[in-house]
Ligand binder design. Structure first.
Ligand SMILES: Nc1ncnc2c1ncn2[C@@H]1O[C@H](COP(=O)(O)OP(=O)(O)OP(=O)(O)O)[C@@H](O)[C@H]1O
Ligand SMILES: [Mg+2]
Length: 367
């Protein structure tokens, strides 16, 4: 009878072990019927809720009791539910009939004070963001393994081909009929070697070597490396740097790779002139409920921008809109490097107007 009821209903024993769950509660929690039967009510809660008093006094509930509890769906999404515990006797053993309702929106509207509401919403956002990060890291870890496998297999043969082609180029003169073709083989093989290098970096085969780094100097060194590209695309550079920036403890090679990837993306988005604005400053952000200082590097271009539909995919490995000219690994490598440094990278864009990439590097306390 209860199977067909649209309200999520479950039955638990007095230890909280789930012994029945109707279809609606399966949709509500994201778990299948069989999965739910192996779970305890505590397993359905947000981690910080599993120690709630009510769970240690389930056997003492004598009349229907309703409590607000933050629940966590199987996909990790946290929401506020009103759970009603109604005691009843099943063949002589005391049980509880549970009715669940999602009350997130309702409670937020009732919000005792605006401050409570904001604090609660921030907490939920943070939990859901952490879950997203977890999903992303497992996706990246998997891609990393695949990439390392492929890279190892093709690195040696590529090196051998390149060696022979370069020998051939040394031997033949420029008027040899196949000179151009051999040259193309050399160029394209070199490109493959670069892709493999990206894949190996992506698979995190290069261990981070951190030292105290002057971020302004590192950014300027990166700009110098790209002077030919800036000139070719007629891109002007503007700078807005705060004075007296603290040192950051980072791997300069890896962070330079981030700067280069992001600046190259900017330059490529401005094939017919434009402006790249670089800014440096210190900002304070919340991280795991604690305030943390970051050096923020923003790199803004006045290029063609990113359509809204692509914006959420730019960090996906192999997502590129540059056809054969891009691997689509640039930003995902950047994101991995930033995660490793306890920092973050964000992109905002306005189609037709330009793109801003913000890179946050944590500042060590006391610097
Ligand atoms: N500044 C930017 N302006 C416009 N589009 C951008 C910008 N930065 C990134 N993108 C978009 O994000 C996609 C992914 O960028 P990413 O750097 O990861 O790969 P890619 O540049 O295509 O290839 P690769 O970096 O390997 O050469 C790009 O193809 C482009 O569509
Ligand atoms: Mg790129």
């Amino acid at each position: 009878m209860v199977e067909g009821v649209t309200l999520p209903l479950m039955v638990a024993d007095e230890d909280g072990q789930i012994i029945f769950a109707n279809k609606s509660s399966q949709e509500f929690t994201g778990y299948s019927g069989t999965e739910l039967l192996g779970l305890n009510l505590r397993d359905l809660c947000a981690p910080y809720e599993s120690g709630r008093y009510i769970f240690s006094t389930l056997s003492e509930i004598k009349k229907t009791t309703e409590v607000d509890i933050d629940l966590r769906r199987k996909d990790g999404h946290i929401f506020m539910a009103s759970v009603s515990f109604a005691p009843f006797d099943h063949d002589g053993s005391p049980c509880l009939l549970l009715t669940l309702r999602d009350v997130t929106t309702k409670r937020l509207q009732e919000g005792k004070t605006r401050e409570d509401e904001e604090r609660y919403r921030r907490l939920l956002d943070e939990r859901n963001m952490l879950q997203d990060q977890l999903n992303r890291s497992s996706k990246l870890a998997f891609m990393g393994e695949v990439a390392a496998g492929i890279a190892h297999e093709i690195n040696n043969p590529l090196g051998i081909i390149l060696g022979f082609v370069q020998d051939m180029l040394d031997e033949v003169s420029e008027d040899y009929p196949l000179f151009e073709s051999i040259k193309i083989i050399e160029q394209e093989t070199t490109r493959c070697v670069e892709v493999v290098k990206d894949l190996l970096d992506f698979a995190r085969l290069k261990p981070a070597q951190r030292t105290q780094v002057d971020i302004l100097q590192l950014l300027e060194d990166s700009v110098l490396l790209l002077i030919p590209q800036f000139k070719k695309n007629k891109v002007k550079i503007r700078r807005a740097y705060e004075n007296g920036l603290p040192y950051t403890v980072i791997d300069p090679d890896l962070i330079q790779q981030v700067f280069l990837n992001v600046m190259i993306n900017g330059i490529q988005a401005m094939p017919n002139a434009g402006e790249l604005q670089l800014s440096l400053g210190v900002v304070r952000c919340q991280q795991s409920q604690q305030d943390q200082n970051y050096v923020r590097v923003t790199i803004s271009d006045t290029g063609h921008g990113i359509p809204q539909k692509d914006l959420k995919r730019v960090f996906d490995p192999f997502f590129t809109t540059k056809g054969g000219k891009g691997t689509g690994l640039g930003l995902s490598v950047c994101q991995q490097i930033m995660d490793d440094h306890g920092g973050k990278i964000e992109i905002e864009s306005c189609e037709g107007a330009g793109t801003t990439c913000s890179i946050y590097l944590p500042v060590q306390q006391g610097t």
